[in-house]
Design a binder for this molecule. Structure first.
Ligand SMILES: NC(=O)c1ccc[n+]([C@@H]2O[C@H](COP(=O)([O-])OP(=O)(O)OC[C@H]3O[C@@H](n4cnc5c(N)ncnc54)[C@H](OP(=O)(O)O)[C@@H]3O)[C@@H](O)[C@H]2O)c1
Length: 205
């Protein structure tokens, strides 16, 4: 499929690299043409302005600072799927500066399908994800399409509910980052059910 990115930073490069390798047609969109072109060249994608990438993508990855997310999302044409990976972190105390970015985007740009995904792990993780990394997805439509893009990154899609749940995903990311910055380890917080209860639900192990 055709995918555009809004932003040419760490997240855009980490995810778009996988999507190029999976055979998708990618355009890296940036506000500075030279920076967008540099990233695009490294991963074998095309480059364009933010508006060009928004127009190009059937799916558009929004990978800009959260405080600019709503404004930048307004350039996405109607009918597109917008993957919002932003985290509105307050870097003073690693709480959320704004508790519902995906819903704010959905409110401001109701003509696109907003899906929250890829906000839970760092760009370094996305570049080289461990086996079976689960990626929660919250949205009200186009979930199969985003799940395909999760698999193309080498990860496992986890249906996490409608867009109304996106704020929980945003809060989860803030909590995880706060724990990590405080020197804690989040990896042991969600053991397999079989480890916790000695049994597994159907389809889980
Ligand atoms: N990095 C992570 O580990 C990680 C993990 C999960 C989620 N996220 C979230 O993903 C989003 C992107 O993160 P990132 O690490 O990729 O950031 P980044 O490397 O700093 O890249 C940010 C991109 O946004 C662009 N940008 C900044 N202000 C803009 C504006 N006003 N209008 C248009 N474009 C603007 C920048 O353009 P220039 O190049 O021209 O400055 C750059 O291309 C953030 O919301 C972040 O919270 C990041």
């Amino acid at each position: 499929m055709r995918i555009g990115t809004l932003g040419n930073g760490l997240m855009a490069e980490a995810l778009a690299g996988h999507w190029v390798k999976a055979g998708h047609d990618m355009m890296i969109g940036g506000r500075d043409p030279e920076r967008a072109a540099e990233v695009a060249k490294r991963i074998g994608a095309a480059a364009g302005s933010l508006a060009e990438a928004a127009a190009y993508g059937e799916v558009v990855l929004l990978a800009v600072p959260a405080e600019t997310a709503v404004e930048v999302a307004k350039i996405v044409p109607p009918g597109r799927t917008l993957i919002d990976c932003t985290n509105a972190l307050d870097h003073r105390d690693f709480t959320l500066a704004q508790p519902a970015t995906a819903e704010a985007i959905n409110h401001a740009v109701p003509s696109v399908q907003v899906v929250k995904a890829f906000n839970l792990a760092a760009d370094a993780v996305w570049r080289n994800p461990p086996a079976n990394l689960g990626v929660p997805i919250c949205g009200d439509g186009q979930l199969d399409l985003v799940a395909e893009l999760v698999r193309d990154v080498g990860c496992v899609p986890v249906a996490a509910g409608g867009l109304v749940r996106a704020k929980l995903l945003e809060a989860t990311a803030a909590l995880a980052i706060a724990i990590l910055v405080g020197g804690g380890d989040v990896r042991g917080m969600f053991p397999a059910l079989a480890d916790a209860f000695g049994t597994a639900l159907p389809g889980q192990s």
